[in-house]
Design a protein around this ligand. Structure first.
Ligand code: TRP
Length: 443
């Protein structure tokens, strides 16, 4: 016998938890460097386009599935159609993949908090040297995973919701402070311009544009935590009276706001010191520390910044862990605590290989990628689009948009003006776009 399902203690609590899931390394680490390498403002415009026509309808659909079915990701999908359990299963596999790379980066972040305080500063080679070490990064990764296991063990309202409700406002307030500070650095205006004024000079062909579209769609999925059963799982703890549409709008707005604030902090700071934003994943770990080491009081700003990154990473990683734990404990009947430890332990094992792929295992490749890159590739380019595609098919054509809209409108009690748009997006536009972009990403 399964015990009664837990619930969020309030609608706001749910929004905080779901926004906490959305706001993560995707906003503070990936978004600024992807925007930096994909044409700045041009990327931003395409990103917002996908946010509206793909992100919002799919987010809403996942929440509706979860609340309607009230089960873990696999059983919720099965409840809508017995053949579609695999969509939830794909999500659980995907959550593992993301968690494995998240754990490694989370470990780096903890190291950077402490390292910021030490007077020695970050040399230019620090990042490469540190991540190549075999032992220390794995220990910090262990600490990161352990923090997540402890929170998830606390349960829905008392664990995930409580932590998110505290950390998210702190993140928002201090990040705005850092942004204001960065905007007052000399030459910051150049960075602002790069970020908000479209420059078409770098886009010379259809393939440049499609590359930006691929990155933008991937980023929308990743940033909103879509396609991996996260919002199905979180939705299953919702009360029937919560307004799903307004929750969605709030979550998407907060997520985008934080990404843009991070961009306004990081890109101008980097420009201010004549450094490149186009360097890729090393942006916050390699380039930004050089910026911090050049400004007065930079040590504290650096420590604060990485602490905020940690907060964002934790509220996201717990959502990935919860997807797995919810399914695993339903399936095995084991307690939440035992399930959390087992799921966290399994994720940690994958983290070990991912971490070592920056050092001793850097030569071990799968399809020409090291293990860390392979995890990201499999999650972003394979599992998320496929999961998202079948989610659209499930909601648009199997469960049906009428049934979904019945759930979204709380049985007709709430008005939802964009019904036709939602239906068209879920049935046709979103799946078609996902297919086109999925295929073009292989050329
Ligand atoms: N959205 C988070 C971020 O931006 C990461 C994340 C959490 C995620 N849960 C997810 C990504 C589920 C994909 C699927 O960092």
């Amino acid at each position: 016998m399964r015990s009664k399902r837990e619930q969020w203690s309030s609608g706001i609590g749910f929004i905080m938890a779901a926004a906490g899931s959305a706001i993560g390394l995707g906003n503070l680490w990936k978004f600024p460097y992807i925007a930096g390498t994909s044409g700045g403002a041009v990327f931003l415009i395409i990103y917002i386009f996908f946010l509206v026509i793909l992100g919002i309808p799919i987010l809403l659909s996942e929440m509706a599935i979860g609340r309607f079915a009230g089960e873990n990701a696999v059983d919720s999908c099965k409840k809508l159609s017995p053949k579609f359990g695999f969509v939830g299963g794909l999500g659980i596999a995907g959550a593992f993949l993301v968690l494995a790379s998240y754990g490694v980066v989370g470990g780096w972040v903890i190291k950077y908090i402490f390292k910021s305080f030490s007077g020695s500063g970050f040399g230019t080679d620090f990042f490469a040297d540190y991540t190549a070490q075999p032992i220390e990064p794995i220990l910090w990764t262990f600490v990161f995973i352990a923090i997540n296991v402890i929170i998830v063990t606390g349960g829905i309202a008392k664990g995930i919701e409580r932590v998110s409700t505290i950390l998210l406002p702190v993140l928002l307030i201090f990040l705005i402070g850092i942004m204001i500070y960065c905007l007052t650095l000399p030459n910051a205006a150049q960075g602002v311009r790069y970020f908000i004024v479209p420059d078409l000079a770098g886009i010379n062909s259809l393939s440049d544009l499609s590359q930006i579209a691929i990155n933008a769609m991937g980023q929308v999925f990743f940033s909103l935590s879509l396609g991996m059963g996260t919002l199905i799982t979180y939705g299953s703890y919702l009360s029937k009276s919560t307004n799903l549409t307004s929750s969605t709008v709030t979550i998407v707005t907060l997520d985008t706001l934080i990404a843009v604030i991070a961009g306004f902090a990081i890109i101008p700071a980097v420009f201010s010191f004549g450094l490149e934003v186009t360097g890729g994943p090393g942006l916050i770990f390699q380039t930004l520390p050089v910026v911090f080491s050049n400004i007065k009081g930079g040590r504290f700003i650096s420590a604060l910044f990485f602490l905020l990154v940690l907060f964002a990473a934790v509220t996201s990683a717990i959502s990935l862990l919860e997807v797995i734990v919810s399914w695993f404990s339903d399936k095995t009947g084991l307690s939440r605590k035992v399930s959390s430890v087992i799921a966290g332990g399994a994720a940690f094992l994958m983290c070990i290989f991912a971490s070592l792929s920056f050092g001793v295992l850097s030569e071990a490749t799968i399809f020409n990628m090291n293990f860390f890159d392979f995890l990201n590739f499999a999650a972003d380019k394979i599992v998320m689009p496929i999961g998202g595609f079948f989610m659209c098919i499930l909601v648009g054509h199997i469960w049906g948009t009428d049934a979904a809209l019945e759930e979204i409108s709380n049985g007709g009690k709430l008005k939802f003006r964009l019904k036709p748009l939602f239906s068209a997006a879920i049935k046709y536009i979103a799946p078609a776009m996902i297919i086109v972009i999925f295929i073009s990403s292989f050329f």
